[in-house]
Write a protein that binds this ligand. Structure first.
Ligand code: SAH
Length: 363
């Protein structure tokens, strides 16, 4: 067996000192430990990496989001300054494509002050290169932008934030924790203390062993954005793997080289995500005074924003090989068996905005 990586050493020490840790703590250290965390140490995207995201599949994705921003800016009353904030910008590809497309509305582009929220030094370096020449301010948390109205973008950001897990046992919920089995040398799930008074879902038919997930980190960032938008104006777009129905069942998963792997087997080396509970996101945004739009499936959203017409334009000036690539990319983004239905889109806005591109009137 090889030597433990830094994340495994940190996790073992933490468990050795204070006993089994929360699933959220395991996820946070595995992804974001400043020295050894998964995101802190690598570029995870693309064929040679672990997973591929929409902006890395096609420039069309970011371009359509740029048009969405320009349209939303109009709906905000065309402010002469606003903060364009992207959370979890990856390689910076989405922001680059968004800004290029947004330039069809030069007054909107000129009004945008760019802010990126990123904790990984490696990815921040890539964003600096991708966006060379564009004035950008980086942050590690929700930026302080005074009274400026906001437009926020977050693609596959919320699913990277840590979740807590609870496990059903004998008609009650208990915390699910992660322990280190010294004999086997592996991490394993254990049942922790009773989780009373947390308002977890109750029903007599929840079977033993069932898992419930809660994401306080998602709620905190959504509450901060929604509160700011309710006060200063604007809108935010969240695109992610997620669900709107009954929030019972485990969605935490690990991926390495495009394959699912054991969630606890290789912390720091594989991506860990949990699907987003969009019902909880909506409730949080509404409680903070914002309006909600959606969710809609990514495929429906991109079709409403005109993905087919944009693809046609690109196809006209493409070589046969490029044409095949463009068609395959569009199918991947909107295809019902692919990202088109797996990813959902939710927007939140100032309550005075009742219509945003890609959504039916506010619901
Ligand atoms: N939006 C990009 C990347 C998605 S991956 C794309 O679609 O390609 C998740 C991104 O969120 C990475 O950039 C990761 O470093 C960042 N991230 C993860 N946890 C974060 C946190 N707590 N705060 C800020 N950024 C975070």
């Amino acid at each position: 067996m090889g030597e433990d990586n830094r994340v495994t050493r940190v996790l073992k020490r933490r468990i050795g000192e204070s006993g089994p840790i929360r699933v959220s703590e395991f996820m946070e250290i595995a992804l974001s430990d400043p020295e050894g965390g998964y995101y802190a140490t690598r570029d995870p995207f693309g064929v040679a990496g672990d997973f591929t995201t929409a902006p890395e599949i096609s420039q069309v994705f970011g371009e359509l989001l740029g048009l969405w921003c320009a349209d939303s800016w109009q709906a905000m009353g065309a402010p002469d300054r606003f903060a364009l904030v992207e959370f979890g910008p990856g390689r910076g590809t989405l922001m680059a494509d968004t800004l290029r497309a947004m330039a069809v509305a030069p007054a909107c582009r000129a009004a945008a002050e760019i802010h990126l929220v990123e904790t990984s030094p490696v990815l921040r370096g890539m964003q600096e290169r991708t966006l060379a020449g564009v004035p950008v301010t980086w942050h590690t948390g929700t930026p302080e932008t005074g009274d400026l109205p906001l437009l926020c973008l977050a693609n596959e950001f919320l699913d990277a934030l840590p979740v807590e897990q609870y496990v059903r046992n004998g008609g009650a919920w208990f915390e699910r924790r992660v322990d280190h089995d010294r004999d086997a040398g592996t991490f394993r799930f254990v049942t922790g203390p009773a989780a009373d008074g947390l308002g977890l879902p109750e029903a007599h038919d929840i079977p033993d062993g069932e898992i419930f997930e809660r994401a306080p980190a998602v709620e905190a960032v959504v509450a901060a954005i929604a509160g700011r938008i309710a006060r200063c104006g604007g809108a935010a777009l969240f695109v992610d793997y997620g669900y709107t129905g009954r929030a019972i069942g485990e969605t935490l998963q690990a991926v390495l080289a495009h394959q699912p792997v054991d969630t606890l087997a290789d912390p720091g080396n594989c991506d860990l995500t949990a699907h987003v509970n969009f019902r909880a996101v909506r409730a949080t945004a509404e409680a903070a005074g914002a309006g909600c739009h959606g969710t809609v499936d990514q495929g429906v959203f991109l079709e409403r924003l005109g993905i087919r017409a944009r693809a046609q334009t690109l196809l006209r000036s493409a070589t046969p090989e490029q044409q095949r690539d463009i068609s395959a990319a569009v199918t991947r983004l909107i295809g019902p068996a692919e990202m088109g239905t797996l990813l959902k889109v939710l927007a939140i806005s100032h309550p005075g905005i009742d219509r945003l591109a890609g959504f039916e009137p506010a619901s």
